[in-house]
Design a binder for this molecule. Structure first.
Ligand code: ZN
Length: 432
């Protein structure tokens, strides 16, 4: 009897196992499904949570802000066409901009240093919603988009800034930069002053303690008398060991502007002797014992000692062909000026804004700041001038001198010079 039951069970064994297997499979699928449903439910609940929604929104909007604002300062040779082409917007928008900007006669032509501002809405269809152009230091023209159509309404607004002409004079104690700063002259103006003399002046040999300077410049103030912007230098003089070197601002021809000495001669040269102001020449070109490596080798550049962070200027117009770490030279910049000249600036603490390979720079533009990176014993600028592939002494550079005004332009310049001298005397009289 017992045996028969076992036999019967044996016959069913496969069948029982099969049933069990099916049951297990059904349970597994069921629980998996249940679990998935609850996961989806929790996920939905979480998405319904406003706090999370808000943070997801802010996260995505941080990645791609809806409004893009662009501030740009006009450079020499800029046109509305090339400015709008550099902005990533649909072609139809570029066309709309060009059509609208030409409707306002005050905005028709562009001047160097003029400011332009764009506000772009990137939601759905990318479009410009507002742009603003500086007409002069006192007025802006604002273009606001008419709802969803390709037309802008323009209006001119007064900035309410007053132009004031300031005269300052001082004696150089430690450096031109610090002495000028102590007189309350803004860094922008000091840098411009140094740039004007950067062609002529070797700060080591030519500037002595007790030398003096005079400077007359524009300043723009608001109703409260706070200085909002510094304007252009109108006149400057640098007296070194009893010798005066005066420079007069002169506007001529079609929107041209330059500085000339009292004989109507331009100071402008292809390259500057000293691309950093307030510096002390600490090691000149030639054979010397290397301060770190210890052995004697040719020093193929000029060193200018200056405090860390002192701005370094491009010594001439050109294209940046290197702006990176270069070993012993630390952070360095190399500029190609033309087929003959290249310049190198080494040991920088940091690069100037926007300075990278391929970028065009203007003479006097800040390309970096003095530092002590790479093989260096202290903050200084190592400056090299390369002429036809060969490193030469920057302090002995013989560059063609600037042009001298002649004829009608010279007459205009003389009148302009007298006006400036009169203005200067008035300002000096007021001081006393
Ligand atoms: Zn050096």
């Amino acid at each position: 009897m017992k045996n028969r039951i076992l036999e019967k069970l044996n016959e069913f064994t496969y069948f029982i196992w099969l049933i069990l297997l099916i049951l297990v499979a059904v349970f597994v699928t069921y629980f998996y499904d249940l679990n998935k449903k609850s996961q989806i439910y929790y996920l939905q609940k979480a998405f319904g949570n406003t706090y999370l929604n808000k943070s997801i929104n802010s996260l995505t909007s941080k990645l791609m802000p809806r409004y893009l604002t662009i501030n740009y300062k006009i450079q020499k040779g800029d046109t509305y066409e090339n400015i709008i082409d550099s902005i990533d917007i649909p072609n139809a928008e570029k066309k709309t901009f060009l059509e609208n900007v030409k409707r306002v006669k005050e905005a028709k032509s562009l001047k160097v240093n003029q400011k332009i501002f764009f506000k772009i809405d990137r939601k759905d269809k990318v479009k410009i919603i507002e742009f603003q152009i500086e007409i002069d230091k006192k007025r802006d023209v604002i273009f606001e988009r008419d709802k969803d159509i390709a037309k802008f309404n323009s209006k001119i607004i007064e900035k309410n800034l007053t132009k004031v002409i300031i005269f300052k004079e001082g004696i150089i104690e430690n450096s031109l930069y610090n002495s000028a700063l102590n007189l309350g002259i803004k860094p922008n103006t000091i840098i411009e002053f140094a740039r004007l003399y950067g062609f002529q002046v070797d700060f080591q040999r030519d500037i002595w303690k007790g030398d003096s300077f005079q400077i007359m410049f524009e300043q723009f103030e608001n109703e409260n008398g706070s200085v909002i912007e510094s304007g252009e230098i109108i006149y400057s003089n640098l007296n070194t060991r009893g010798n005066d070197l005066s420079l007069y601002k002169f506007e001529f021809g079609k929107k041209e502007m330059d500085y000339f000495d009292e004989n109507g001669k331009s100071m402008k040269k292809t390259l500057m002797k000293t691309p950093v102001n307030g510096a002390r020449l600490s090691s000149s070109f030639g054979k010397r014992k290397h301060p770190i490596l210890g052995y004697t080798k040719m020093h193929l550049g000029t060193d200018f000692a200056a405090p860390t962070g002192t701005p370094i200027m491009a010594s001439g117009d050109g294209v940046v062909i290197r702006a990176q770490w270069c070993g012993g030279g630390g952070n360095c910049v190399k500029i190609k000026h033309n087929s003959v000249y290249q310049t190198v600036y080494a040991h920088m603490s940091k690069f100037g804004r926007g300075i990278k390979k391929g970028v065009r720079v203007k003479q006097g533009q800040i390309i970096g700041y003095v530092g002590s990176t790479g093989l260096s014993t202290g903050p200084h600028l190592h400056y090299e001038v390369i002429e036809n592939g060969k490193k030469i002494n920057s302090q002995k550079l013989k560059l063609p001198s600037g042009k001298t005004l002649k004829g009608k332009l010279r007459k205009e310049f003389e009148v302009n010079k007298i006006k400036i001298d009169v203005l200067k005397s008035e300002l000096i009289a007021k001081l006393n």
